[in-house]
Write a protein of this length. Structure first.
Length: 190
């Protein structure tokens, strides 16, 4: 069970209510899960939700590439709720189910094109080593463009914040426990 629940509408401060209304009227059409915790600081919730909306829906990266980056992030942090939601979105966006399964198993997937390969390689190397070597950086810029690389790093950073928020406050667990990720030390029982 989550450590923090969404404040019932009747108990929200005017600031919390305004932020929730912004989220619901935006591209998502709902209050995103990490915002449940972020609402304890309405300005954090407002800015985080807006950044997420931009990075999820308004980049030069097509949805399957964004979802690939998000799944690499969710797997890195073993964020079950994030994985569950974005596995569904990734498959809907055209990701190969075998790629999704390989990421879940911490195996290197076979990818269809240079853009997918660049997203996967930049994401995994940056998450694992906290750096991007020159050759990989050049390959990423060639495949995605400079703007695409900036957006990719933004997606990785934002969804790391999301994963950490979901994990710390156990949002979406145990109902969204993703068995394909396996249990990590400290995970609540599914």
């Amino acid at each position: 069970m989550a450590r923090i629940e969404l404040t019932p509408e009747a108990q929200r401060t005017p600031e919390e209510q305004a932020v929730c209304e912004e989220a619901v009227s935006g591209l998502r059409g709902r209050v995103p899960a990490p915002m449940i915790a972020w609402l304890r600081n309405p300005e954090l919730a407002r800015r985080g939700q807006k950044l997420g909306e931009l990075l999820r829906y308004q980049t030069t990266l097509e949805p399957r590439l964004s979802e690939l980056a998000i799944l690499v992030t969710a797997r890195h942090w073993s964020s079950h709720y994030e994985w569950t939601v974005h596995k569904r979105e990734g498959l809907k966006a055209g990701m190969d189910p075998e790629v999704v399964a390989a990421i879940a198993a911490r195996q290197t997937p076979v990818l269809a094109d240079a853009r997918e390969q660049a997203v996967y390689d930049v994401a995994t190397v940056l998450m694992d080593t906290r750096r991007v070597p020159d050759a990989l950086y050049r390959r990423g810029v060639t495949a995605l463009g400079e703007r695409g690389m900036v957006e990719l790093v933004g997606i990785l950073g934002y969804y790391s914040l999301v994963a950490l928020t979901l994990n710390a406050f156990e949002i979406g667990l145990p109902e969204a426990f993703a068995p394909e990720l396996g249990a990590e030390p400290g995970d609540p029982a599914p």
